[in-house]
Design a protein around this ligand. Structure first.
Ligand code: XMP
Length: 311
């Protein structure tokens, strides 16, 4: 595939569809929305506003990092504070699909309001082929798939979507990112799901539980960075597990799982054979640095039968 030609065609197509109207692009910190935003910026310049919805479910320091990275490319990013709305929508939910649907509805309601306020008609989003395939197959409701499963973005939220990457898989998106000149750190970054850390919290998603998994993810990412695997993160399980404190008392604490996988396109994945020393270092750091964690396990399941994330 000629990715240079692909990028050129998408820029022309965005320009043609939007015409004289205005658009918004929503960044998540991942490579898909970053590439979509740069394509949109090249097509529309200042007629496209770039938003980053801070849903409280992002990795550590993400909003500031995204804003800085885009400022270096000459693109202004507006951060919308919405964490309270997301936690309110997720409160009390434990069923995975209910959590995904609550996330999706809150996400698009926030965007719908931003679009109305700025008079924009179009939302550019970084949906890619596996998002659509897996949602249609019924594996899970990916946060950014609407029209393909019969939810009209126009009727439900008041805008039309443009999805320039919807025919591509991750390796193709990374190629387009390189051609567009996105920094290496951005196009080589591991995927991060749209619903953020809520995909990595089993049971109820509360600010406290998200903070535990955020710190776990940071440790796992740091300790596996040099190994350059497809994805590596931590997951907070729904139960608690018995442990023992340094002074010999019983502790009944959080139960974290480490996940690291190798994959080409995220449709299938294999668990990474992480060196024992790396696993032990992750375990030591998690139990020392995150208060209340009493057990750390490593997930050795491929996809299928498992999926990469936990909800
Ligand atoms: P699963 O868990 O389905 O994940 O094996 C496959 C890939 O997709 C990411 N993922 C998502 N990305 N919105 C996204 O943009 C979502 O709702 C979503 N759910 C999972 C996941 O991180 C993995 O790379």
């Amino acid at each position: 595939m000629n990715y240079r030609k692909f990028a050129r065609q998408q820029i022309q197509s965005i320009r043609r569809i939007v015409g004289n109207a205005a658009a918004i692009s929503a960044l998540s910190g991942g490579v898909d929305s970053a590439v979509t935003t740069v394509l949109g910026h090249k097509a529309l310049g200042n007629r496209m506003k770039v938003l980053f919805i801070d849903d409280g479910l992002m990795r550590q320091d993400e909003p500031q990092a995204v804003r800085k990275a885009f400022a270096r490319m000459g693109i202004k990013v507006t951060v919308v504070q919405a964490a309270r709305k997301f936690f309110a929508a997720l409160a009390g939910l434990t069923d995975p699909e209910e959590k995904r649907k609550a996330f999706r509805d809150t996400f698009y309601s926030c965007l719908g309001r931003a679009l109305r306020e700025s008079g924009a008609e179009f939302l550019l989003q970084g949906t890619i082929a596996p998002d659509i395939i897996e949602t249609k197959k019924g594996v899970k409701t990916q946060h950014n798939v609407l029209d393909q499963i019969g939810i009209s973005a126009k009727r439900g939220y008041g805008f039309r979507t443009i999805e320039p990457l919807k025919t591509l898989y991750k390796p193709g998106v990374r190629q387009v990112a390189r051609i567009l000149g996105l920094p290496k750190a951005m196009h080589q970054r591991m995927p991060f799901p749209g619903p953020g850390l809520s995909c990595r919290v089993l049971g109820e998603v509360t600010p406290e539980r998200v903070e535990v998994v955020r710190r776990g993810c940071r440790i796992v990412e740091e300790e596996t960075a040099s190994l350059k695997r497809f994805q590596a993160f931590a997951v907070l399980l729904a139960d608690r597990a018995t442990g023992v404190t340094k002074d010999g008392r019983r502790a009944f604490g959080h139960f974290l799982c480490v996940r690291c996988v190798d994959s080409e396109n995220a449709i299938t994945a294999a668990p990474t054979k992480l060196p024992w020393a790396v696993l032990m270092k992750i375990q030591r750091r998690i139990t020392r640095e995150i208060p209340g964690v009493t057990k750390v396990v490593y997930d050795i399941t491929p996809k299928p039968p498992s999926t990469i994330e936990y909800i």
